[in-house]
Design a protein around this ligand. Structure first.
Ligand code: 6LW
Length: 548
């Protein structure tokens, strides 16, 4: 910078010494910067990202479907390192999920900030439709829902114009992007919703966001569906109502024509953010197919790409190149965020990594009943129940293709049908358990693979006499899960464990199961109906160790 100024030598020397003296006080002046980063920036099930910057913090939300709590929220100061802030929807009154079937519930959210208030708008497709909640602090608490009666559809977004008007942009009941002016105090629409753009002809124009950038209104949407034909398209206008002129380079992002050797596919559903230094970035969802074929089991993940504006005022995403796993770019000063510990020792209430299926039965979970342990009370609600009552299940996302997952379980089933253990859960009828159960008056460890409506079988079992705590373990690799168990030394020690066979990750992939979530790994418990005294299952610890 100084070298480019034409100053007389003395003035230059003074300027230089002032700059050097001030350097520590200028944010980022002498700090290491992001020079490369690895995608996905939020691995595992984190679809439909939306991002906003407020001061030096970025806040990012994702859709969450039938999982509770809903809408995970992360924060970051460099767009690469993200830290969980928990969830936006944490109360049953904000997130009624009893009627949510798999991949029902909460669809794509948008997060925005205006005049000291954060807004998160989304759709509960299983209960009343579109609503928004507000907060003064993105870590919460967030308000009760303000429900919107209007265009129906999904993927709502808010845009606060500088003249004080606020616009709701979303999909509608017929294909196209609908818009209405909205009063955010009441949630009432001030104008009838009307179609402002239909996209470029791809199926399912959706996921819209309206922005005002350098005096123009930009409408960015997705088309082509959330699968391999996914794309991001954009149009602009001089009024928020259009007419919208499509970008001559649409789609501005897609991997629909890249071969499978390109490790990231299905890129779409994007949001834009300016980083406070004048540079722009896009967050979007993508998937990582495995096994050299079209299947992926971790769900849709959150990716990041740099954006530049060309001389005509159109965005260029990642210099027009496909998104790679590693990106070299000059980013913001590095602000690492705390990394989650491998072991949850259950010494405190369950943290934000943990999710339930639909609205949980609180009495089924306790970290205080036996201090330092998570106690689960099984009920007759099975894991394959698709809506209504919630099974005793608490899980976290499988975020890495390679990971070691383990738990120490204290469980002495007294009756046939009592069982508890670890489950890889993808859908009611797509899941793998390694569990402990009572059968024929004895205790055994077993692996059950459920891979469709009509196919569920125990693929391995071993007697586990006595009542001592046991170790259950799953090793995740890109193409398979490998199960093992053992009597309980204090910690999981791979060498000492007995193998219990393997299962294909492919059969838990979206291409097999359908739906919008990703794979979870959870702890569960079951009791037969009418059981007068179901044995509690207590977990001493749970390990999730990424191995990549
Ligand atoms: C979401 C839609 C989409 O609402 O999938 O990828 C739907 N895009 O925009 C569910 O995530």
């Amino acid at each position: 910078m100084i070298a480019r100024l034409r100053l007389r030598p003395r003035a230059a020397a003074v300027a230089l010494s002032v700059a050097v003296a001030l350097a520590p006080f200028i944010a980022g002046a002498d700090e290491p910067r992001i020079t490369s980063y690895r995608n996905p920036v939020l691995p595992g099930f984190h679809p439909d990202p939306s991002v906003v910057r407020v001061g030096e913090w970025f806040y990012l939300v994702n859709s969450s479907f039938e999982m509770f709590p809903g809408v995970p929220i992360h924060r970051s100061r460099d767009l690469v390192h993200w830290e969980s802030l928990g969830h936006v929807l944490t109360r049953d009154s904000q997130l009624p999920l009893a009627t949510a079937k798999p991949s029902g519930g909460i669809f794509a959210p948008t997060i925005r900030y205006h005049a000291g208030i954060y807004y998160m708008i989304t759709t509960n497709v299983s209960h009343r439709g579109t609503f928004f909640v507000t907060a003064k602090d993105p870590a919460g608490p967030w308000s009760e829902p303000i429900w919107i009666t209007g265009p129906g559809g999904i993927d709502p977004s808010l845009f606060f114009d500088d003249d004080g008007k606020v616009y709701l942009t979303s999909t509608g009941s017929a294909p196209g992007i609908y818009q209405a002016q909205i009063d955010v105090a009441s949630g009432k629409l001030l104008t009838p919703p009307r179609i402002v753009w239909k996209g470029t002809g791809g199926r399912y124009p959706e996921g819209p966001h309206l922005y005002k950038i350098a005096g123009r209104y930009y409408l960015m949407i997705s088309e082509g569906g959330t699968e391999y034909g996914h794309m991001v398209t954009l149009a602009r206008a001089s009024s928020p109502w259009g007419p919208f002129e499509p970008c001559p380079r649409n789609p501005i992002l897609t991997h629909r024509d890249t071969p499978l050797s390109q490790p990231i596919q299905a890129t779409g559903h994007a949001d834009l953010v300016e980083d406070g230094e004048g540079n722009w970035w896009m967050v979007f969802l993508g998937i990582r197919p495995q096994g050299g074929y079209y299947w992926h089991n971790l769900g849709r993940e959150t990716f990041l790409a740099p954006v530049r504006w060309d001389a005509q005022g159109w965005p260029v995403v990642n210099e027009g190149k496909p998104i790679a796993l590693d990106t070299q770019v000059r980013g913001l000063p590095v602000r690492a965020s705390p990394t989650a510990p491998v072991r949850d020792g259950f010494d405190a209430p369950l943290g934000p990594a943990w999710n339930f299926l639909r609205n949980p039965v609180r009495a089924s979970y306790s970290t205080t009943e036996r201090r330092g342990w998570l106690t689960l009370h099984g009920t007759p609600v099975p894991l394959d129940q698709a809506d209504g009552a919630s099974p005793t299940f608490v899980g976290r996302r499988q975020e890495h293709l390679r990971a070691r997952i383990g738990a120490r379980i204290d469980f002495a089933p007294a009756r046939e049908g009592q069982e508890a253990g670890l489950v890889l859960y993808r859908a009611p009828q797509q899941r793998y358990e390694i569990g402990v159960r009572g059968i024929g008056g004895r205790r055994e460890v077993f692996v059950r693979q459920t891979v469709g409506k009509y196919l569920s079988t125990v693929t391995a079992s071993a007697p586990a006499p006595g009542k001592d705590p046991l170790i259950l373990q799953i090793e995740a690799e890109p193409n398979r899960y490998t199960f093992a168990w053992g009597p309980s030394p204090e910690r999981s020690d791979k060498g000492a464990l007995q193998p219990m066979g393997s299962a294909e990750t492919r059969l838990l992939s979206t291409e097999v199961t359908g739906g919008f979530i990703g794979t979870y790994v959870g702890l569960y418990a079951l009791a037969p109906s009418g059981d007068p005294s179901p044995a509690p299952a207590a977990f001493d610890w749970f390990d999730y160790e990424k191995q990549e």
